[in-house]
Design a protein around this ligand. Structure first.
Ligand code: UDP
Ligand code: MG
Length: 320
């Protein structure tokens, strides 16, 4: 198997409008960095638009472009996993299809990798342009909460845009889980990882493919994949509530001794509803872990490949 010096891996979902500009800029950046010895791996994650036919045309015209068509929409993290599985490069650049992350930074990222002898150069967002206030706020809060609850240090404000060496990628590929939070999994494998600050641009065309529902699921995968703190939360709340109950009991008994009974529908209802909500919340959290255990236990393949256009250098096991 020939290992090109560089593989650029790009997951795409309904990115028809971006693909040509993407190919042009990524190809130019890769040529500037390593010359002809590179491959571009586009993964079509079950797009509903014409992305796959554009990819086929691009791959017919460029022998360095491999396009992989997944059997359906598997989600960003699994589509990216498919591309990473099937790429063959000595260095691997992960980048989004919408050109929010400038491919031209590749040269500087390679320089950082060489100078600091790093295995992973991860791009940290200094600024995010053209994204809603809601997205920026929730993203900022998410990375900070995640940092507090996880045991693995996961860099703040860092997406999947990063450059990796083959040994870091192989280590990453040995992690088998279904619920994948790739930026956390890469942090987990260790080796030498260094930050690279950049400004994130606006999307070239189209809209974000991360609506609220997917964002919540992504956040839950991150927390459940890297922390058991929510499970401990139940015992902490239980302890605090026990303390509160003792105080309340003393108050009621004291009132009784002093000759008047505490009454009131409101306080009773409040206590009942409060306890009910805490119990439901805790049950829900346990459910999140249980659901993931169930999914993991089925050991299904992470993704299925329907078609490939162009030369595949990497692993031949197309997901099954
Ligand atoms: N993506 C994907 N499958 C999905 C959703 C998104 O492959 O189900 C890709 C998408 O085409 C893009 C990347 O994942 O290349 C990041 O998505 P997006 O830019 O919409 O996310 P945002 O930048 O808004 O967080
Ligand atoms: Mg984007």
């Amino acid at each position: 198997m020939h290992r090109p010096a560089l593989s650029v891996v790009i997951p795409c979902y309904n990115e028809e409008g971006c693909l040509e500009a993407l190919h042009e800029r990524v190809s130019a950046a890769a040529h500037a960095a390593v010359g002809d010895d590179h491959e571009i791996v586009l993964v079509n994650d079950g797009s509903r638009d014409g992305s796959w036919s554009v990819m086929q045309q691009l791959s017919a015209a460029d022998p360095r472009l491999v396009a992989i068509n997944l059997s359906r929409n598997h989600g960003h993290q699994l589509a990216l996993t498919a591309g990473l599985d099937l790429c063959a490069g000595e260095q691997i650049l992960i980048i989004d299809a919408d050109l929010q992350d400038p491919p031209e930074l590749l040269t500087d990222m390679r320089a950082a990798m060489r100078e600091q002898q790093a295995d992973v150069v991860y791009a940290v967002r200094r600024k995010r342009e053209g994204e809603t206030v809601f997205k920026k706020l929730t993203a900022a809060a998410f990375y900070r909460v995640l940092d507090r609850v996880t045991d693995t240090p996961i860099p703040l404000d860092t997406g999947d845009f990063r450059l990796m060496t083959r040994r870091a990628l192989d280590a990453f590929l040995s992690l088998p889980e279904q619920a994948r939070f790739i930026r956390g999994m890469v942090a987990w494998v260790g080796f030498r990882q260094v930050p690279f600050a950049y400004d994130r641009h606006e999307r070239l065309t189209g809209e974000s493919k991360y609506p609220l529902g997917k964002m919540v699921r992504f956040a839950l995968d991150a927390v459940t994949g890297f922390s058991t703190a929510p499970l401990r939360f139940a015992s902490h709340v239980g302890l605090a509530l026990t303390g509160a109950t003792v105080l309340l009991f003393l108050y009621v008994m004291g009132s009784f001794v002093l000759g008047h009974t505490v009454q009131g529908w409101t306080s009773t209802m409040l206590v009942v509803l409060f306890l009910g909500s805490v119990q439901m919340f805790v049950l829900g959290m346990i459910g999140e872990y249980l659901g993931r255990l169930y999914v993991e236990s089925k050991r299904r393949p992470l993704y299925l490949v329907a078609d490939v256009a162009g030369p595949v250098q990497g692993r031949a096991s197309l997901g099954y």
